[in-house]
Design a protein around this ligand. Structure first.
Ligand code: PHE
Length: 348
């Protein structure tokens, strides 16, 4: 009998140790050994058949066996429960995954730099919607129906509506702001704009602009020149020079295209490499880089928003942020800004 008890004990402990760690198989083992018809329970029944002199010793052994099996089952059950628990709990003692500090996208950094210059000159930042109406994107800005940019080809129209489109410039915010505010004011409007251009190294269907608008009692073209000169020198360096070329925009009159002296060749259009003279690759030998469009606000625009053109004048300008960033950082392809390749982005 002693041998049998010892053997059952070993078997039971082995079986418990090697059993699958789940509650059901452990319960089956409990029934097998400790249940009413279980093996250990069976040993207690046999005890009655033994001579009374042997009963205390054998009884003690069976009790010890019962305790061992019970303890082994309880331990295994505890470990099983803990493992199952761990599956759906977060171990807060594990070290975290470090991602390093983030930073602003180079386009956002450029917008910030541009805005900082104008904020220091007293401008206020204003924003407007990217989904616009024909009225604000065109009509309010004196862009007539027959103007080429009105063709659906040049603007993304929303499928659900004939009248809604993705703004093709930030200028509609001029009209929106003037309708709700009285001069004098100086605002800049950073934001996204959309044009259905085929994507290549210098075109993207989405890009960013910063618009400027200053309106007051006697704003002059020389004010425009002065403000833009400060802007260009702050952004591109003190030795930067500016050039205004006559141009046309329906919402400004007169209008100008504004160039800065090339930041690579300092306006000379060439580079001397040893005894050789090379044409500057950035400005193509012209010595100038176009950076924005500008002009005096067209009196028709003032009338459209309810201002009296006899009482107020103003200037407006609009620049492409990608273009400025490309020039400033010497980037060769506009697509790099939107591919989100961290090897590119990390450099800024
Ligand atoms: N909205 C013009 C463009 O997108 C730029 C501009 C703004 C020109 C303000 C003059 C005045 O090309």
């Amino acid at each position: 009998m002693k041998e049998q008890i010892k053997q059952i004990g070993q078997e039971a402990l082995n079986e418990i140790a090697s059993s699958g760690a789940n509650k059901d198989s452990l319960e089956a083992l409990r029934v097998k050994y400790l249940g009413r018809k279980g093996i250990v329970t069976g040993l207690f029944k046999k005890l009655a058949e033994l001579p009374s002199a042997d009963r205390p010793e054998i009884g003690g052994l069976i009790n010890a066996l019962k305790n061992d099996v019970t303890r082994a089952l309880d331990e295994k059950l505890f470990l099983t429960a803990r493992d199952e628990d761990a599956k759906d709990h977060i171990d807060v003692t594990l070290p975290g995954v470090s991602r390093g500090p983030g930073r602003a996208h180079p386009i956002m950094q450029t917008i910030d730099q541009i805005c900082d210059v104008f904020i220091s000159l007293g401008f206020k930042i204003v924003e407007g919607p990217e989904i616009e109406t024909e009225h604000y994107n065109f009509e309010a800005l004196n862009i007539p129906l027959e103007h080429p940019s009105r063709d659906a080809f040049d603007t993304f129209y929303l499928r659900s509506s004939q009248k809604h489109l993705l703004r093709s410039h930030t200028s509609p915010v001029q009209a929106r702001f003037m309708e709700k505010n009285k001069p004098p004011f100086s605002i800049i409007v950073p934001g996204r704009v959309y044009r259905p251009d085929a994507t290549d190294a210098s075109h993207s269907f989405m890009f960013h602009q910063v618009e400027g608008l200053v309106v007051g009692a006697a704003i002059k073209f020389s004010d425009l020149k002065g403000v833009l000169e400060i802007f260009a020198k702050r952004l591109f360096g003190r030795s930067t020079r500016m050039r205004f070329r006559p141009s046309f925009f329906p919402f400004t009159e007169p209008s100008a295209e504004v160039d800065i002296s090339c930041i690579l060749c300092a306006g000379s259009g060439k580079h001397n490499i040893g005894s050789e003279i090379h044409r500057c690759s950035l400005c193509g030998g012209k010595g100038w880089l176009e950076i924005l469009g500008a002009g005096m606000v067209n009196p028709k625009v003032f009338k459209n928003v309810g201002y009296d053109p006899g009482k107020v004048t103003g200037f407006a300008f609009g620049m492409g942020v990608e273009r400025i960033a490309i020039l400033k950082y010497g980037i060769s392809d506009i697509r790099l800004f939107f591919e989100n390749d961290v090897r590119f982005l990390r450099q800024f």
